[in-house]
Design a protein around this ligand. Sequence first.
Ligand code: GLU
Ligand code: MG
Length: 438
Amino acid sequence: MDTAERDHRQAQATALLDGLADRDVVAVAITWIDHSGIARVKSIPLDKLPRVAAHGVGASPVFDAFLLDDTIVAGRHSGSPVGDLRLHPDLARLTVLAGQPGWAWAPADRYDQRGEPHPQDERGLARTMADRLAVHGYEVRAGFEVEWVVGQGGTDDFRPATTGPAYGHIRQVELSDYCADLIAALVEQDVDVLQFHPEYAAGQFEVSTAPEDPVHAADTAVLVRETIRAITIRHGLRASFSPKVVADGVGNGGHLHVSLWRDGKSLFEGHLHPDAEAFAAGVLRHLPGLCAIGCPSVASYLRLIPSHWAGAYAAWGVENRETALRLVEGRDLEVKCFDLSANPYLVVAATLAAGLAGIVDGARLPDQITVNPVQVDNAQRLPQSLEDAVRAFEDDEVLTEAFGVEFAATIADVRRGEIARFAGATAEEITDATRWRH
Ligand code: GLU
Ligand code: MG
């Protein structure tokens, strides 16, 4: 980042100050998502925004080695207490938070102290992969579905805050003010909400948002989640985004919708264009390694089981909710196996890398699965443990090349740290330790 860019950012931030003060903003939360999927934050009083926009705010690179329980793994390239990075807020995404009066929020790009991008910056990697597709003439639109359960406050156990049936209007009546406050907050923050509904599991809800640039889709996933959290807490309740809230039953997914565009036209619209098919085939081919990114916690593998709508099979099908890839005909590709313990920037980055590899290879989709894959002889399961997923990631040259040596090694180190953390643990111990972390 050169001096002209710093001056530009400083001027941009200065121009925002009065408007933010008029909206009673006193501080800005600058978040990034670590490799274990947790939003970490540094905050500044409003008057520091111009300086921080230009020069960033300090944050240690040790966070790259954090696990979901805040222990720090001794990684091959990360985990050292030495060194510092700068978090630069992206002013284009600065949002006044409707659920947290006094606060604005912006996602961070992480640079080193000289202004070079940090090699393990998640948001930067997502941008790099979107740019690679752009070089080939493609634009990607993406959106996440966010699922969560609402529990009663004051307990670390999960006690559903509403006992209404799955998809039942009773849930929205019982939690009427909560649901309305949440939708109002999202809309006020310019989140383009497509749909809101009670989901299958006890106390579960879902929000889906409109497709957008893939980096912005990941930003939106963060903003939506933190807004849900804020509104839930204001109502004296607790929100869990864990892949498996309790040991039995259906978990929370974090499905990714992607579509591929060329010259302003969707290649998923109408008949599936060969490039869209190749993109989907690339994602399919790399799904085992992608699980280390999109299903990155030990709890992910308690969720990723057949007949739970989690997409536990390395297969695709039109409108098939049991295959990992659901082709929504005429619209987009839904990757159903991903969950919300994942870092959404890494999910976007890895999925785009896999899809682009499919395009470059001219990959073709195999036959689709038109039934529940449990009925299909030798239908292929996705990895059934985090260790299997990490090995698949390490063996995947497309994904490890996309991440680079240092970043790929740290992903593996962090995952193995969490595997070790839960060695010998029961499903209940895993769900208890994961429930309120993401
Ligand atoms: N809750 C399911 C999951 O774990 C998804 C339900 C649905 O199809 O939306 O992914
Ligand atoms: Mg759903």
